[in-house]
Design a protein around this ligand. Structure first.
Ligand code: SF4
Length: 491
């Protein structure tokens, strides 16, 4: 959600005449969009602000703004601790940033504006999309649950659903621009409909996305097991462009811990959903989030998590060691677990999941997959001369775009080079725990409107003007990919 909000902030500022800075040190304006879910968010923010203080002192007119969840939580503490900050804004008023910057400049004093509830649904604001081929589409914001480890409800407020017509209009507009993959986004995405009085609204939305011509891949993140209903499974299985991929946070396999977390499902309900998903879509890749060492977690509780992981056979799991988030009920609970116990359990869980991820990935060897070529997904691509992308089930695939067939030609390549946004068909020859490799030539390369959009964007001349900085310090991955970008997605 924060990554998508950053796209909104960039769009707003570009709409107001600012231009993206080529390097952080060139920026006239630096905006920090903070995430309070991340561990040590405040230390990292104040560390970064401290580093910028001398830069600002040496650069007259430079402005620094702090927004997002931590700003919503800390409010004017930020300007007390870092008086060189010009603007503090919250999660409910990101649309005010250009005005606040202007007011800070004219009045020559810091502007702190935090609203208690949402004014405008953020998706009605201008956006500067990071990716030309894949896009986030927010369908709801906020959350009506009260998980005891989570700060989101306090900072993002109650769930607010966007009207289906507005969502589909945004999806269609994106497809017109060349986007071929969308990820529907909500803190509790499958609770969508509770605010507009339709319990099947989410499955209807998936089916409606299936009717958008030119849209090739639909994903969503993150669903809550409590709200995961059979109509959603049927919509996933029956809508060809909805990918057979599910990221569904488990958090714990122990019923007692789930109760203490105030997560209303239990282990059998969670595994029951997975069974139904696999029955309807045997090829589905399922991933999850797990917290280890929640207050009061016993060895038996942890064994239940290991048991659930063995049963569920996740393709990937994002595992976190519990650490207190100030302002959450769990931070005040008795039975906080010593660090060394949490660490030992965490290592056991990671080792088990690595083994399962690897075994599951080995099952992909020999399969022929369509890979949507991505930008910036393969950290070693430059060195290995490979390209990377995502399979339909969101597995990361590296391939060699120059591999040649028996005829000596890169097979299937219709002449031009493969671009991010294009689709290549490759055979998987090797599996590692976190990626797949296709070492042979591509069977086919399909040039797509998304590849054309990427090419238009990269060949456009760079405008000049006031330089905007969205710091790269701690910035998440650029393109929507639930597996790579959501970080410690608490839900
Ligand atoms: S963990 Fe997810 S479901 Fe629970 S309160 Fe946070 S956002 Fe809501």
């Amino acid at each position: 959600m924060n990554v998508h909000d950053s796209e909104r902030l960039s769009g707003l500022l570009e709409g107001a005449g600012y231009v993206r800075a080529s390097a952080e040190d060139d920026a006239d304006i630096v905006v920090f969009n903070t995430c309070a879910v991340r561990e040590n968010a405040d230390n990292r923010l104040y560390g970064n602000l401290g580093r910028l203080a001398p830069v600002k002192a040496a650069r007259p007119g430079m402005q620094i703004a702090v927004g997002g969840c931590l700003a919503q939580k800390d409010r004017d503490t930020i300007v007390k601790r870092a008086p060189w900050v010009d603007v503090v804004f919250g999660t409910h008023n990101i649309g005010h940033l250009p005005t606040l910057l202007e007011r800070a400049r004219v009045q020559d004093e810091a502007q702190v504006e935090i609203l208690e509830s949402l004014e405008t649904f953020p998706s009605t604001l201008p956006t500067r999309r990071e990716s030309a081929y894949a896009a986030w589409v927010a369908i709801s914001v906020g959350c009506n649950n009260t998980c005891t480890f989570c700060i989101v409800p306090a900072l993002r407020g109650k769930e607010k659903d966007r009207r289906p017509g507005d969502i589909l209009a945004e999806v269609e507009a994106l497809v017109d621009e060349g986007v071929i993959e969308v990820t529907l986004l909500g803190q509790n995405v499958n609770a969508y409909g509770s605010d507009i009085g339709d319990r099947e609204a989410f499955s209807k939305l998936l089916r409606a996305c299936g009717r958008v011509e030119g849209l090739e891949r639909v994903r969503f993140t993150s669903p809550h097991p409590r709200d995961f209903t059979d109509d959603v499974i049927a919509a996933m299985a029956e809508t060809p462009n909805v990918m057979h991929q599910l990221h569904m946070p488990l958090q714990s396999g122990s019923d007692a811990v789930l109760k203490a977390m105030r997560r209303s499902y239990r282990q059998d309900r969670y595994l029951g959903i997975i069974e139904k998903v696999r029955a309807a879509m045997p090829d589905a890749a399922i991933s999850t989030d797990i917290i280890v060492g929640f207050p009061g977690e016993t060895e038996e509780d942890f064994e239940q998590t290991l048991h659930t992981v063995r049963e569920a056979r996740f393709a990937q799991a994002f595992t976190f060691q519990y650490s207190k988030r100030p302002g959450t009920p769990a931070a005040e609970m008795d039975g906080q677990i010593p660090k060394e116990v949490v660490q030992a359990r965490y290592e056991r869980l990671v080792a088990l999941q690595e083994e399962i991820s690897w075994e599951e990935n080995k099952g992909q060897v020999g399969r022929t997959l369509e890979v949507l070529v991505a930008e910036g997904e393969g950290r070693k691509d430059e060195r290995t001369h490979r390209l990377s992308g995502r399979a339909p089930d969101n597995r990361l695939v590296h391939f060699d775009p120059t591999a040649r067939g028996r005829d000596g030609l890169p097979a299937g390549d219709p002449g031009g080079r493969v671009r991010p946004g294009d689709i290549v068909t490759v055979e998987i020859t090797y599996a590692a725990p976190h990626h797949l490799l296709a070492e042979g030539p591509a069977h086919a390369v399909r040039r797509t409107p998304a590849g054309d959009a990427w090419e238009r964007r990269t060949s456009a001349p760079k405008p000049q003007g006031v330089l905007l900085g969205l710091p790269s310090v701690g910035a998440p991955a650029p393109s929507p990919s639930p597996a790579s970008a959501c970080g410690p997605c608490m839900d």
